[in-house]
Write a protein that binds this ligand. Structure first.
Ligand code: M6R
Length: 615
């Protein structure tokens, strides 16, 4: 939540920060602001709304010259989205300014104390409290900005990634992180600060990812000096080379990132296989599993923790792991798990799934599991993310940057990684036969081509979208491996079109939801040929008798559902266990087209943000 960008160097800072904010807008987009140091003062401009609104306003309001600037795109936590609550925030003297991603939990007490000492506040934010606390410490203790930030951060409780500037020290920015990501781009006599590396990718491939509990003084004169916030211990900077390129984070001719990412799935899935799977020789290589095989082999239970779409991928994995590996699996919402005093045994294996690798609830659940002695394995997309570093071992999905707030390729690549893992474990444990193993590998290898074929339904899906776009409710039904896909289809529709949708196991209809069916209700039913097909056809008949409108997601060549349904959308045939990788495609496209037809903001739906780094 919230994106932060900063620049200090020899270039004009404003355009770099502005473009950086546009790239980070997926993290939050209810307000935005930029501070520019003009050589003597900090000039601020901020507004409720998008980065584009900020640009209009800022260029009329303040001069854009200067080699140091920092900006923020906000997803509101404390205080409604308005101009005043937007970041950056000045300290009372206006000598300091700050941008902040996260939540200061004890801000109420700190604010009262500062008020007693004569400080005033213009906003409702926790951030304005923090910048004034830093200012007070700086004056009272007679210390430089870096030290004041450090002392202040030892007084606050909460999560943060911050950038602070003091006009009395115009050659440096002070940054710190705890629980929210922060990267420093290292160029030739210039430095970039950002929530992820996308704002500086065209300027430098060298980045330092601050670890939790670290702060850095980023100085044009002295470079990057990192210290531990708690004990002031110096830390050597670990400069990493970025693999990401500019093309990957641009729309590449597509109208929206979401559509681009839907169409990237064949390649994304191939990238997930790359270097791991050799179907002809029957080899699967996964360092994270190879090195920890005994943990998986001896596990009495696997617990999967995740949120949102990643949780749905976890549910698919539950079916797959239990089928192939025969180890019991429990799938938990990380947000519930972390607070319900769960029973975790040291011989449990915990799999944490997260696209961003930054989700606060998942991170907290991981820490809890580690405390109980369990082995924690991460499945993340973002390389170097907090979760990938916090887990004992893991596997990246290699889906490439996902910018659209609605997850698409993250879901299919997470399932792909989990299938590969399951096949490897099943083979090593001997829970599937040699023939089954090889057949699955061959089938998996064909999936990217089959996803390509599934994507050819796009025009037909558009017709279906046009027909039902005015519906107020949708039901999504599936069974077995495709029950979680029904949940995922409903989530996609809800989050980008704001139409109420629910996913159910098809057989549960008769226990309640069937009461909802009338001629106004579109019901999307996943009815693949090998997945309890006859039973699902009976469920479709029950819906038909109650005049519901049926959109069937079926295997190519299907006859029975075609006779009953109002529309069918075909996907290629594959092993039932792999069908989620195909049946998901039309559901992603359906939600996309409905949202576009309803003129919704597909990539940045209201109230949401791409990575949820707050509770
Ligand atoms: O980055 P993560 O996978 O940990 O994110 C989890 C959820 O916040 C995320 O999947 C969210 O539900 C998406 N907006 C779904 O499209």
């Amino acid at each position: 939540m919230c994106g932060i960008v900063g620049y200090i160097g020899h270039r004009k800072a404003y355009p770099i920060v502005l473009k950086g904010l546009q790239r980070l807008e997926y993290r939050g987009y209810d307000s935005a602001g930029i501070a520019i140091f003009d050589g003597s003062d900090i000039k601020l401009s901020k507004t409720k709304g998008k980065v584009a609104d900020l640009q209009d306003r800022l260029e009329k309001e303040i001069p854009t010259e200067g080699n140091l600037a920092f900006g923020h795109t906000r997803w509101a936590t404390h205080g409604v989205p308005n101009d005043v609550n937007s970041h950056p925030h000045y300290s009372n003297s206006q000598n300091l300014a700050i941008i902040h991603n996260g939540i200061i939990e004890n801000y109420g007490t700190l604010r009262q104390e500062l008020i007693k000492r004569g400080y005033t506040f213009t906003s409702e934010t926790d951030t304005e409290v923090l910048v004034n606390l830093i200012e007070e410490i700086k004056i009272k203790e007679g210390v430089k900005l870096g030290k004041a930030v450090q002392i202040a951060l030892n007084e606050v409780v909460g999560a943060y990634a911050i950038t602070v500037f003091d006009k009395e020290r115009p050659h440096e920015l002070v940054v710190a992180r705890l629980g929210s990501p922060l990267a420093i781009g290292v160029g030739e006599e210039e430095f970039f600060i950002a929530s992820d590396a996308s704002p500086f990718i065209e300027y430098t491939k060298n980045a330092i990812y601050l670890e939790d509990g670290e702060m850095a003084i980023v100085s044009r004169e002295k470079g990057v000096r990192i210290r531990k916030i708690k004990n002031d211990k110096q830390v050597a900077a670990n400069v990493q080379e970025l693999k990401m390129n500019l093309e990957q984070i641009e729309k590449g001719g597509y109208e929206h990132f979401m559509l681009k990412e839907i169409y990237e799935q064949p390649n994304a899935i191939s990238d997930t296989f790359r270097g791991r799977m050799r179907p002809k020789s029957g080899i699967i290589k996964m360092a994270g599993i190879d090195d920890n095989f005994e943990k998986f082999k001896n596990a009495k239970r696997i617990i999967i923790i995740a949120c949102g779409t990643s949780w749905h991928a976890g549910l698919v994995a539950e079916y797959i792991i239990e089928e192939l590996v025969r180890t019991p699996v429990e799938v938990e919402y990380a947000s519930e798990f972390r607070y319900r005093n769960p029973i975790i045994y040291p011989d449990d294996v915990v799999i944490a799934i997260s696209q961003s690798g930054e989700t606060a609830d998942t991170m907290a659940a991981i820490k809890l599991a580690k405390k109980s002695g369990a082995f924690v394995f991460g499945v993340c997309n973002v390389v170097g993310s907090s979760i990938s570093r916090e887990t004992h071992a893991g596997a990246y999905t290699h889906a490439g940057p996902e910018i659209g707030v609605a997850s698409t390729k993250a879901f299919t690549t997470q399932i792909t990684v989990l299938v590969i893992m399951s096949l490897k474990l099943a083979k090593e444990k001997g829970t599937i036969t040699h023939t089954e193993y090889h057949n699955y590998l061959q089938e998996l290898d064909l999936i990217p081509e089959k996803v390509k074929e599934a994507l050819t339904c796009n025009d037909h899906v558009k017709t279906v979208a046009a027909k039902y776009k005015e519906a107020s409710n949708f039901l999504y039904l599936g069974r077995g491996y495709n029950f979680p896909v029904a949940l995922e289809g409903a989530l996609k529709l809800k989050e980008i079109s704001y139409i109420h949708a629910e996913g159910y196991p098809a057989a549960e209809m008769k226990h309640g939801p069937i009461a909802l069916i009338d001629e106004q209700m579109p019901v999307v039913v996943i009815a693949t040929r090998k997945g309890h097909y006859e039973k699902v056809v009976s469920n479709i008949q029950e819906i038909k008798s109650r005049k519901g409108k049926i959109i069937g997601i079926v295997t190519k060549g299907d006859k029975a559902v075609k006779e009953l349904a109002d529309y069918v959308i075909e996907v290629p045939e594959t092993s039932e266990l792999l069908t989620p990788l195909l049946t998901t495609i039309p559901l992603q496209l359906l939600s996309y087209h409905i949202a576009v037809m309803l003129d919704k903001n597909v990539d940045q739906p209201r109230n949401l943000a791409k990575s949820v780094t707050v509770e």
